[in-house]
Design a protein around this ligand. Sequence first.
Ligand SMILES: [Zn+2]
Length: 563
Amino acid sequence: MATDRIPREFIQTLLNRTDIVDLIDGRVPLRKKSSNNYFACCPFHQEKSPSFSVSQNKQFYHCFGCGAHGNAIDFLIQYDRLSFPEAIEALAKEAGLAIPQKSQTAKTSSHEDLYALLEKIAKFYQNALRQSDPAIQYLKKRGLSGSIAKQFGMGYAAPGWDRILNAFMKEKAKLSTTGMLIKKDDGGFYDRFRDRIMFPIKNRRGHIIGFGGRILNQGEPKYLNSPETPIFQKGHELYGLYETLQTERELKRIIIVEGYMDVIALFQHGITHAVATLGTATTAHHLTCLFRHTTEIIFCFDGDNAGRSAAERALHVTLPIMRDDVQVRFMFLPENEDPDSFIRKEGKKAFEERIDTAATLSQFFFQTIGTEADLSHIDGRARFVKLAKAHLDKLPEGIFQQMMFDELMKKARVDIKKPASEKIRAKPMKRRTPSNIRLAIMLLIQNPRLALQLDAPLAHADIPGFAFLLQLLTVIKEHHIETTGALIEQWRDQKEEKLIAKLAQIEHMIPETGIQNEFLGAITRLKSQSIKVTIDKLLAKAAIHGLSVEEKQYLNDLIQGQK
Ligand SMILES: [Zn+2]
């Protein structure tokens, strides 16, 4: 992933150069609460009184209402809806820094050239469209307005083998890299797209990364896409997402359809939140990307058998990434209709009614499994449970998984063993004063500079959580980390990230001036706790196996030291 190509030290430099208060204030006006804390109404959920708080010391934000939290990078990911590399790029730009690449230096700049070339080609196709009466007639026949064609940058690749080749002769190598040319056996080249209506495919930043083409007259294939290239990965890109994000700021839902004509027809009829995959099935990557922009995804399928099996594939991709806060629904059109033909015939209202009555993931899931097992007898029910359970185990743990298991039990009228971990999680958390280890870790996460207050490195202690404390101290010193926001960055996408974020947000009520003493006190208590643990272990060993001379001496020293 691109993430790995950006050196960690650079990300830390970037976070040091950025002030999260300025960054957020530029987008969500902040008010001052105390010297280091700011607040506002949360940009991530609807509220009347402010519960969104930003700490300058910690370089961390957190909402008491919806739980949104993170550092400057997370804010750009959540608020500007950028991917991780895009957020880094944006911060670097603001800080006036160039992103160093771990390997393959200067790869990005050559991509700029490719984007620019495809931009020129798109213009070339648009001109050709204006000059082609058959192409214009075709779009009119499909009910598309000039302004929609313009919004999507539609064009026309006229018939002929070398129009692009001749027009962009000087950039032949790049034409080939971007898949605009096909190589002949004799070493020559010819145009990939001929006599087709052309649809530029844009990435989320609006760069053209490839084209789709629909044959104007008869011919095969009906639809043709650019091949995979360094700038176009089909499993990552969605047609129409850029235009959708440009049109609607708050996206309640996004509809996934099959082709570009579907996306454009829906836009033409006022449904401006549709995207299409590009000749591939929907991937988990697609869905994760969409869930950054919305909390509801509607899959729209044709009403035939092919649509049905496409829906089942989509269901299987969806299960492992279902979070509790998102919704996925499945909508089917009447036989022999696609979104394009349906909305032209029936209009926006009829289409929206179908959206409103689309099956929920749970309904569609049990319906699908139900067709494979006969629930009228016990064997069928057992098969039903077995099939369903295999899928439901793939769901992330959480409320949704629990509800699906409950529903399965109801449907099958049997008792099923839930995943073992569920039982452990169900135990209520005891509320009590934090242990020394928890206190030390929490204060350190909230004030990484405390690491410098320890005069000697800590020895390992046999206390749960102690290894993590040592790890934190090492990372802080090694990377010169000064803020919570910079610290949590070191654990991005790792399992400890959640714990760190949770401890970062605790309001501990210890006054600013007392924090250092509190931390050092906890460390001292941890040291003696560690000695006690060791003493107890040695005493236990003495009682059963006896101790060696060295162990006896060591035990003696420890006990002496305790006094
Ligand atoms: Zn919130």
